[in-house]
Design a protein around this ligand. Structure first.
Ligand SMILES: [Zn+2]
Length: 262
């Protein structure tokens, strides 16, 4: 699933290459992907794509006539500079931008709205972890009474937006916190570490993905910079202990049993 760093780099690419372009045509293939029915895709025709914003794991394409296309990639959604199997923008001068799934899992969601802030998927999101509003005090406050593990805490979108399974593993390794530790057992210093690791890991990931993209659309789920996620049996880059993995409902958690003691 694309997470915050993937979408942040994609957002920058889209703004550099498509913002300011006039939309001369749109094509929706597969009505089921469009979750709002108030406005047809044709509302974008003859408007200009002003900018692309990101919130959590969603992108918002904003046209100058007030309409916005909200794109939630879910597990396999991405974009390409070609007609998309799900949605396509055609621009004056021949540029094309397509929305599709790299594997057809049919989970991708699109919304056409004027006020995206009213959509439940956006309204319910917590702060952006790379913004200054995401602090140890904030996290400690919202964690009060949270039943569950620290991994669950940082992947809960209404607590903090944009972190999924993969980056949660990397953040917890960086912060030296066991992913299965109960939130009620975290100390003040753990919240400090958690917040600074979150910012550092995401920032470094954005830089790594930007470099790997070389000015093109970022590769789908580029993860070569990851240190422990999906690396069971490989030595921990910090202490050499083999990385462990545990699966719950097909979702894996990777951690170092030495650096991240329970
Ligand atoms: Zn280790």
């Amino acid at each position: 699933m694309p997470e915050l760093p993937d979408l942040e780099v994609l957002k920058v690419f889209l703004n550099q290459n498509f913002a300011g372009e006039k939309i001369v045509g749109v094509e929706l293939k597969g009505e089921s992907f469009l979750k709002t029915k108030f406005f047809p895709p044709e509302v974008f025709k003859n408007s200009t794509l002003e900018r692309i914003n990101r919130r959590g794991k969603l992108l918002i394409f904003e046209a100058d006539n007030g309409f916005k296309l909200v794109f939630h990639p879910m597990l396999r959604g991405w974009v390409k500079e070609d007609a998309g199997e799900i949605f396509t923008f055609k621009f004056e001068g021949g540029k094309v931008l397509g929305i599709y799934e790299v594997e057809p899992v049919k989970l991708l969601q699109l919304y056409i709205v004027k006020k995206p802030e009213n959509l439940r998927v956006l309204k319910s999101l917590g702060p952006e972890p790379i913004d200054s509003g995401f602090t140890a005090d904030y996290l400690k406050n919202v964690a009060e009474g949270f039943k569950g593990t620290v991994k669950k805490l940082i992947t809960t979108q209404k607590i903090v937006a944009g972190i999924g399974n993969a980056y949660a593993d990397e953040i917890l390794w960086d912060a030296r916190i066991n992913p299965f530790r109960k939130v009620s057992q975290l100390k003040s210093e753990d919240f400090e570490n958690l917040v600074s690791s979150t910012k550092n890991v995401l920032k470094e990931a954005i830089e790594a993905i930007s470099r790997a993209s070389r000015g093109n659309i970022p590769p789908f789920e580029f993860r070569e910079h990851m240190k422990i996620h999906r690396k069971e049996g490989q030595p921990c880059p910090r202490c050499g202990t083999p990385i462990e993995v545990k699966f719950e409902k097909e979702r894996g958690t990777w951690w170092c049993p030495t650096c991240q003691k329970e």
